[in-house]
Design a binder for this molecule. Structure first.
Ligand code: ADP
Ligand code: MG
Length: 463
């Protein structure tokens, strides 16, 4: 009977899925019109129910008639789960996790099974101790600490930490892992990036070991998934992750994820997005100047580098978007200092480094940056620049913006007119000429322009 069913199924699913999901099924009993099949584990069953229920029904009806019924049994003699090659082959050092008895009543892990080795993939340099707290990150930091203190009973499950690039998401995620590994050495902690997870999945599909991979992941106590925005457009990864997520969460395993945008803006399957919203979302934003200075001081002292306070302030004032850039500047300072011999780090050296560094990361000056820089300088709303207001200050700011856009970008006069409230190109031309004249005759305007250009060059448009 089961063979008949398989025949039908084979016709309606692709060979890959057939191999993965149907070949491992064993028929174990047939009583009148009820067929019992054995599946390797619970997740397998859930997957079948979710994805292939129609296929199964059709095939069963064909083989047993309309009243045919299907029973599942989960294999009671499951073998020890070995970490699939796809996991161990990612070049990370592996770490032994002590064998332990599985909690009684845990439906997904067979008692007596030994624990597979879980490579934690943790970088010991990222800790809570060297994570500087500020208003920008205190919610995320405290939530992370709460999960780390009590991973098996956290009410923040999942915890999602989101924020722009270079603001400490990976640092916090790793800090959770490191903290738990120390405090609860018996817990299996795993850090994985979404890309790595996808690669493991792809290679497991290639070698028909997706089940092993999924089984293996189910043995984790704390799953730390970095950069889940990488789930976007990866349907299969989303599916597998969805199931894994459910199993882990049902078993009170802590899940912490990071994302470069709020979950609500993440373009993934609805069911996944809604589950991600079950726990707590905490955001990381750019630290204020003082916090940036504290971070830079802390990194400098870790690296045994001495930087005078005024230099620290100067650097932090200019690096406004990304903490990783602060570290880049620090590294560059150290390099330069090495080259220049014993001379200390001073403002001059910092300026030199920063100039290269900041211009390198802000190669592109966009009309947007110019508009915001000018508006900011004159303390106006950006919208005013494209409004019809004729207030003198606004007119001046508008003319200067047009002039700068012409200087710094290759927009045509017509395009520039369009971005300033649909003005025509002769207005733009006139504005540019006006600013040029003013620069000759008016010292204040000349100074303002010099300052604006400096700001634009070092990318201070935002903030
Ligand atoms: P993300 O993952 O958000 O892109 P990272 O976690 O890689 O950012 O952080 C970039 C760098 O900035 C790391 O070296 C990290 O140690 C550092 N960093 C970010 N925020 C802080 C902070 N609050 N305290 C100390 N270091 C920080
Ligand atoms: Mg990161």
């Amino acid at each position: 009977i089961w063979n008949n069913c398989l025949q039908t199924i084979r016709q309606s699913v692709d060979p890959q899925s057939f191999q993965t999901w149907f070949a491992p099924i064993k028929p174990v009993a047939l009583q009148s019109n009820e067929l019992t099949i054995q599946v390797p584990h619970r997740l397998f069953y859930e997957w079948l129910e979710e994805h292939y229920i129609e296929v199964l029904k059709t095939s069963l009806n064909k083989a047993l008639g309309k009243s045919g019924r299907l029973q599942y049994r989960i294999n009671p003699h499951r073998q020890e789960v070995k970490a699939p090659a796809s996991v161990l082959a990612n070049g990370q050092p592996t770490e032994a996790v002590p064998t332990r008895n599985v909690a009684p009543g845990n439906p997904f892990v067979i008692p007596g099974m030994t624990r597979p080795r879980i490579p934690s993939n943790l970088d010991p340099n990222y800790t809570f101790d060297n994570f500087i707290e500020g208003d920008c990150n205190s919610l995320a930091r405290n939530a992370a600490k709460a999960v780390a203190d009590n991973p098996s009973q956290t009410s923040f499950n999942p915890l999602v930490i989101h924020g722009n690039v270079g603001l400490g998401k990976t640092h916090l995620l790793q800090a959770i892992g490191n903290y738990i590994s120390k405090k609860f050495p018996e817990k299996a902690v795993l850090y994985v990036s979404t890309d790595t997870f996808t690669n493991q999945l792809v290679s497991s599909i290639g070698s028909n070991t997706t089940n092993d991979l999924v089984n293996w992941y189910q043995n984790v106590d704390v799953l730390l998934v970095d950069d889940i925005q990488q789930l976007v457009k990866r349907k299969k990864t989303q599916d597998v992750f969805f199931n894994l997520f459910n199993v882990l969460r049902q078993n009170n395993k802590a899940i912490v994820m990071t994302c470069d945008r709020p979950i609500i803006e993440l373009d993934i399957e609805d069911r996944l997005r809604s589950r991600f919203q079950w726990g707590l979302s905490a955001d990381l934003s750019m630290p204020a100047l003082e916090t940036r200075m504290a971070i830079l001081n802390s990194k400098a002292s870790t690296n045994s580098v001495e930087i005078p306070a005024e230099v620290v302030e100067f650097i932090c004032f200019h690096i406004q978007h990304n903490i990783r850039q602060l570290e880049g500047v620090l590294n560059n300072l150290v390099l330069h200092k090495g080259v220049m011999g014993n001379q200390g780090i001073d403002l001059k050296l910092a300026k030199e480094v920063l100039k290269n560094f900041v211009s390198e990361i802000n190669k592109e000056v966009t009309p947007d940056v110019i508009q915001r820089t000018v508006a900011d300088y004159y303390d106006l709303d950006v919208d005013k620049l494209s409004s019809s207001t004729r207030r003198r200050q606004v007119v001046l700011a508008r003319q200067i913006s047009m002039f700068l856009v012409k200087e710094y970008t290759d927009q045509s006069l017509k395009a520039i007119g369009r971005m300033f409230g649909n003005r025509d190109h002769s207005t733009v031309l006139y504005s540019i000429k006006t600013v040029k004249d003013l620069m000759e005759t008016n010292d204040e305007i000349k100074k303002a322009l010099a300052e604006l250009e400096r700001k634009i060059r070092i990318g201070q448009g935002e903030g």
